[in-house]
Design a protein around this ligand. Structure first.
Ligand code: UN1
Length: 514
């Protein structure tokens, strides 16, 4: 199988029905866009993948209107029938997995296994949401009044605006779309400008299944554009819910704009995830999990392990071992079998990594390995770096920031209290892990005074969460929850109904009004 970007591009374009010039707005009927042309390049070697015509303000208006109109019909469709669309979609994504996974690799620079893994998340959430379509349940409550009953219903809330980032160009949309769709909402998606082709490919797949099943394809609407389009979504009163993944700065803007119109947000912003390795850890387990968490996806997951908080007694052997793993990790063309670390998304990301390492050194940090650019034959236009480990004397400012690159800062501790204080001493609160075989240490980490993150793991890493749980985190991570568990509730409106089956009107709280 070829590993040349251009060959793979030609194959996946043919399989997924993409052309060299695509339109970045879909209203359920036509692909028409009138904004500036966007050149889409691969981070693998900088080569041109294609062009996408972006949406202008009028395109946005047309697409948002279509999503709002489609909602009126979709919300009346019984939920299990909505689930049937999502079930068929799961099949379609199963069939498309090899091609779509490779397109993710081309556009986001992920290794093939991770590109395919991302499509697997789509399939998994489709399966989950299909079951969910028969379980959108409400409680009933005993009334204080005789002959009365109180019940809750969950109704579709409206078109959902979904803003996603480059690093999970399709899975995060799918968590939102599959769940929102069975909830009876339509979804208007604004993907990252770095990964518009995977978005177009997904929406084309959904539209095909919609047409085959008689569903209005505007249930999955798409609008590709710059930040001005994102601002339109945030300000649009037709979109009662905005789900956004990206930087803290973007999240603050979206939160304020949506709050201004009293809408609801589901925010998944940055992570600064730590793994605590205690003196009682199984170091084999810890090393494997932290290696994948810190180095996987070239350090460009929200869930990437960015800080290692290690007990003084095991620090030396453990860090030495990690350094050895880092020094032998295969870096290169992510389309090639055996490669574990692909490129950073662009040169700017490489520069930010470089700057962070400089700041870490200034703060007294010692770079134990990595940080250098790596020249990859035939991929001269890509930004490849050697993942880095930096021993830090303290949790300096640079450690408390999220640099979207493979840098693992090492912090040392003596007592578990100290470790947890260091762990929680950052503004982000997405994912976390402790490595220990000691039950009491594990329970301390999971207790209310332990990890303050939305995801807290024991003996498994910070990244690679399954779709079945709710995904998201606290503090600057934004507080939203997507994907599994009861995250669906954020995509619906709750109706509390009191039913009176008597011929009288007794009032609550014992009030007499006669
Ligand atoms: C992200 O980085 O925004 O838990 C999502 C994980 C993946 C999802 C990451 N399942 O690492």
């Amino acid at each position: 199988m070829s590993t040349r970007v251009i060959d793979v591009r030609n194959e996946v374009f043919a399989e997924l029905g993409l052309s060299a010039e695509e339109a970045g707005a879909f209203d359920g009927t036509s692909w028409l866009a009138h904004g500036p042309l966007l050149a889409v390049t691969s981070p693998i070697d900088g080569s041109l993948l294609g062009h996408v015509r972006q949406a202008d303000a009028a395109d946005y208006g047309r697409v948002a209107h279509a999503a709002a109109q489609a909602f009126l019909r979709w919300r009346e469709t019984p939920a299990p029938q909505r689930g049937e669309l999502v079930r068929l979609l799961g099949h379609r994504f199963r069939a498309a997995k090899p091609a779509l996974g490779r397109l993710v690799s081309l556009e986001a620079g992920k290794i093939l296994a991770e590109g395919a893994g991302e499509v697997q998340e789509i399939i998994d959430i489709c399966d989950f949401a299909t079951g969910l379509s028969r379980q959108l349940h409400g409680f009933t409550f005993p009334s204080e009044r005789p002959g009365h009953r109180i019940m809750e219903q969950w109704h579709p809330i409206g078109p959902v605006g979904c803003i996603t980032a480059f690093n999970f160009p399709v899975a995060v949309w799918a968590w939102n779309f599959a769940v929102a769709a069975v909830c009876g909402d339509t979804v208007l998606w604004k993907p990252s400008e770095k990964t518009p082709l995977t978005a177009i490919a997904c929406i084309k797949l959904v539209a095909t299944v919609c047409r085959e099943t008689g569903v209005d394809p505007a249930v999955a609407a798409l609008v590709i554009g710059d930040a001005s389009i994102g601002r339109k979504l945030a300000a649009d009163p037709r979109l009662p819910v905005i789900s956004a993944t990206g930087s803290i700065a973007m999240g603050r803007y979206v939160a304020a704009a949506v709050a201004q119109r009293l809408g609801r947000t589901i925010l998944e912003l940055s992570g600064n995830n730590a793994a605590i390795v205690t003196s009682r850890a199984d170091l084999d387990v810890a090393a494997k999990a932290i290696f994948f968490g810190a180095v996987g996806t070239a350090g460009q997951r929200c869930t990437t392990t960015r800080r290692l908080i290690v007990h003084r007694s095991v620090k030396e052997p453990f860090v030495d071992r990690l350094v050895r793993n880092y020094e032998s990790v295969p870096i290169g063309n992510p389309l090639q079998a055996g490669i574990l670390v692909g490129p950073l998304i662009d040169n700017a990301a490489g520069m930010r990594m470089h700057a962070a390492l400089d700041r870490a050194r200034e703060a007294g940090g010692k770079v134990l390995t990595g940080g250098q650019p790596v020249a990859v034959a035939e991929c001269a236009g890509g930004c490849y770096v050697r993942p880095s480990i930096v021993d830090m004397p303290e949790q300096a400012e640079v450690v408390r920031e999220e640099t979207f690159a493979p840098i693992l800062y090492v912090l040392t501790y003596e007592t578990l209290d100290e470790a947890i204080a260091l762990h929680n001493g950052v503004s982000q609160g997405l994912s976390s892990a402790i490595f220990t075989t000691d039950f009491q240490e594990a329970e301390r980490f999971l207790a209310p005074g332990g990890s303050d993150c939305g995801l807290a793991n024991v003996n498994t890493g910070t990244s690679g969460a399954e779709i079945g749980g709710a995904f998201g985190g606290e503090k600057d991570t934004g507080g939203g929850r997507e994907s599994g568990s009861d995250a669906w509730k954020a995509y619906m409106r709750r109706v509390t109904s009191t039913l009176n089956a008597t011929g009288d009107v007794p009032l609550a709280q014992g009030i007499k009004f006669e």
